[in-house]
Design a protein around this ligand. Sequence first.
Ligand code: MG
Length: 161
Amino acid sequence: MHSSTRVGQGYDVHAFDVGDHVVLGGETIPHTQGIKAHSDGDVLLHAVCDALLGAMALGDIGMHFPDTDSKWRGADSRVFLRHLKQLLIKNQYRVLNIDTTVLADAPRLGQYRERMRTNIAADLNINLDQINIKATTSEGLGFIGKREGLACHAIALIEKV
Ligand code: MG
């Protein structure tokens, strides 16, 4: 029998810049640095969007929301995520689950994790137990460890309705 489940993977990186906060999972988190980005630079939401696009074989986030388009300057990435919900509906898919790993040596994310899950669940119209957010540091190694930026991996499983 032909399986109707599909998996997709996403990865995103943004560099730190001068500033006093980062946006992650739709939450504004105070920090000693900001994010260099065309949009709000939300690596968690960007990785989730790419995982969902990958699962649907619909390209990547840069094709759907090009950074050459001034429409997306400073964009709230939750707009991207809500657009993904519409694409899932249009293509007759539903989300089974999404798992993510945020790589950041700073800021600490623990106290924001549940609100970030709540934001993603609300935007995709899924339950909280369908979205998981893990966080890890890089033990001082590489660009994450040197606090030059942060990154996120995501994987999504969807099925045809
Ligand atoms: Mg990005």
